[in-house]
Design a protein around this ligand. Structure first.
Ligand code: UDX
Length: 433
C-alpha cells in the first residue's frame, strides 16, 4: 500500500518505519525541514531501540522516504495517517490546530479517493470535525473516508508494541475504509476491534486514563503501606496475580510522567466537562499523581533535615527507562524543587542528559553513577534504568558522603542494602521512614 504519515514525531516515525518494514511504500512528512533533512541523512531525532536500523534498512530498500512537501505526500498515497502533535493547552484541553491544518491541506490537494486516518490521540468527535473540514475545503468532487486508528505504543518498546500489539483498534464509517485498514494490519495477526469512529477515539483515551488510574491507585496504597509498615511490592504482587486485575501498571513510585498520561488525563477531564460530565475519578487520579512527587520530596527533607547547600545525587532523568524523553519527567520537578531549597544537584542518565540540559540549569551532569555519588549526601533513584540495578553498590558506598539511598522506584531490596550498611528509604517499603 502507498501510505503517507503526516507528522514525524514519536508515533509517526515508528508507525512509518514499521509499515515500511511490513512491505508498504511509506512517505513520512514533517513541517520541520531540519528534521526531514537530518532523517534523509540517517540522523534519527529520537532514541528508540531498533528504530534507527529499521529506518535505514527500509530507506535502502526504497520503501521509506521523507519529505516536507505535504502536496507530494498527499498526491502519492492512498492512505494518509495524521500523526501530528496534540499538545495540552493551558486549560488542559488538547490543541487540535495541527490536525485542522492537515485536514485543510488534504482537502486542497486530494485528487482521487483517499482514506484519512487519525493516529494522533484526539478527543472523541475529532473524526467528525476532520470529515467536516475536508468537505468544506475540498476543491474537486472526489470521494474520501475518515477513520480512527489509535496507537498504543510505549516509548522504549515502541517497535515491539507496534509489531506485536495486544489489539488493533479501527474506527470506520464505511466498508471500504474498514477493508483497507484490516488488509493493512493483517500481517500482524493481532485481534482487531472494528468499531465506529467515536468509540475508537474513546478507546484510546479510556485506556490511557485507566492505566493512569491503576498507577495512582497503587501509589495511594504505597502511602498506606508506609504508615503501617507493609510492603507495596508484595501488595502489588498479590493483587496482580488476580487475572481480573492484572500485574501491569501496578508499580508504585514517584508518579507517572511522559508525553501521554499527564496530557491525556487532562484532556479527558476537559472533554468530559465539555459534554456535561464531571469525571471526578480522573481529577483524583491526577491529584494523587502530583502528590506522589511531594511525598518523595518530603522523604528527602525528613531524612536530610536541612537541604540547603547539600549535594544531592540524582540517578535518572528520563520519565522512564529506555528512552531519552524528559517530557513531564518527574525528575525535572524534583530537581527544581530541591534547587529552590538550595541543594546542589549532581545527576546522570544513560540517554537523557542532552535533552535535560535544555530544561535544567545549575545541575552538574556526570559521566556515570559513581561520579554522581562523589561528595553527595544521598543518592536518589528517579528512573529505574537497568544500569542502576546492576551498579557496584560497594563502590557507590565508598563514594557517597553519607550512606543514604532514597529509592523512588523501589529497585533495590531494602534488607540487602541495610545489611550492606546503607540507610535505605523506598516508597511504601517496610521501615522506610
Ligand atoms: C503510554 C501508554 O502505555 C501507551 O499505550 C500510549 O500509547 C502512550 O502512553 P508511555 O508514556 O510511553 O506509554 O509509557 P508507559 O510505559 O505507559 O509509562 C508511563 C508512565 O507511567 C511512566 O512515567 C512510568 O514510569 C509510569 N509507570 C508505569 C508507573 O509509575 N508505574 C507503573 O506500574 C507503570
Amino acid at each position: 500500500m502507498r501510505i503517507s504519515i503526516i507528522g514525524s514525531g514519536y508515533v509517526g516515525l515508528v508507525s512509518g518505519a514499521c509499515f515500511s518494514e511490513l512491505g508498504n511504500k511509506v512517505i513520512c512528512l514533517d513541517n520541520n525541514a531540519k528534521k526531514i533533512s537530518e532523517l534523509k541523512k540517517g540522523i534519527i531525532p529520537i532514541y528508540e531501540p531498533g528504530l534507527a536500523e529499521m529506518i535505514k534498512r527500509n530507506v535502502r530498500r526504497k520503501r521509506l522516504s521523507f519529505t516536507s512537501n505535504i502536496k507530494e505526500a498527499i498526491i502519492k498515497s492512498e492512505v494518509i495517517f495524521i500523526a501530528v502533535g496534540t499538545p495540552s493547552m493551558e486549560n488542559g484541553e488538547a490543541d487540535l490546530t495541527g490536525i485542522e491544518n492537515v485536514a485543510r491541506n488534504i482537502a486542497l490537494n486530494m485528487d482521487s479517493y483517499r482514506l484519512i486516518v487519525e493516529k494522533s490521540t484526539v478527543p472523541v468527535e475529532t473524526g467528525n470535525w476532520v470529515r467536516r473540514t475536508i468537505s468544506t475545503y475540498i476543491k474537486r468532487k472526489v470521494e474520501f473516508d475518515v477513520a480512527s486508528n489509535p496507537e498504543f505504543l510505549k516509548e522504549g518498546q515502541a517497535i515491539s508494541d507496534f509489531m506485536h500489539p495486544d489489539r488493533i483498534v479501527i474506527g470506520v464509517e464505511s466498508k471500504r475504509a474498514a477493508d483497507i485498514l484490516v488488509d493493512l494490519y493483517k500481517p500482524l495477526k493481532a485481534p482487531m476491534v472494528v468499531a465506529d469512529i467515536k468509540s475508537a477515539e474513546l478507546i484510546k483515551h479510556a485506556s490511557n486514563a485507566f492505566l493512569a488510574t491503576k498507577i495512582s491507585f497503587i501509589n495511594a496504597l504505597s502511602r498506606i503501606c508506609d504508615r503501617v509498615g507493609a510492603d507495596i511490592k508484595e501488595v502489588s504482587k498479590g493483587m496482580g496475580l488476580d487475572k481480573r486485575i492484572g500485574a501491569g501498571f501496578l508499580q508504585a513510585g514517584i508518579g507517572y510522567g511522559g508525553s501521554c498520561f499527564p496530557k491525556d488525563v487532562d484532556a479527558f477531564i476537559k472533554i468530559s466537562e465539555k459534554i456535561g460530565y464531571d469525571f471526578r475519578l480522573l481529577k483524583v487520579v491526577k491529584n494523587i499523581n502530583e502528590e506522589q512527587r511531594d511525598f518523595f520530596l518530603k522523604k528527602i527533607r525528613d531524612v536530610l533535615w536541612i537541604v540547603k547547600d547539600k549535594s544531592i545525587g540524582v540517578l535518572g532523568l528520563s520519565f522512564k527507562p529506555n528512552t531519552d524523553d524528559i517530557r513531564q519527567a518527574p525528575s525535572i520537578g524534583i530537581i527544581k524543587a530541591l534547587q529552590a531549597e538550595g541543594a546542589k544537584i549532581r545527576a546522570y542518565d544513560p540517554e537523557a542528559m542532552q535533552k535535560a540540559k535544555e530544561l535544567l540549569t545549575g545541575v552538574t551532569l556526570c559521566k556515570n553513577p559513581y561520579e554522581v555519588c562523589k561528595g553527595s549526601e544521598c543518592l536518589l533513584i528517579v528512573t529505574e534504568w537497568k544500569e542502576f540495578q546492576e551498579m557496584d553498590l560497594c563502590r557507590i558506598k565508598k563514594m557517597l558522603k553519607r550512606h543514604l539511598i532514597i529509592d523512588g522506584r523501589n529497585i533495590f531490596d531494602p534488607q540487602k542494602l541495610r545489611k550492606m550498611g546503607f540507610t535505605y528509604i523506598g516508597i511504601g517499603r517496610p521501615d522506610s521512614e
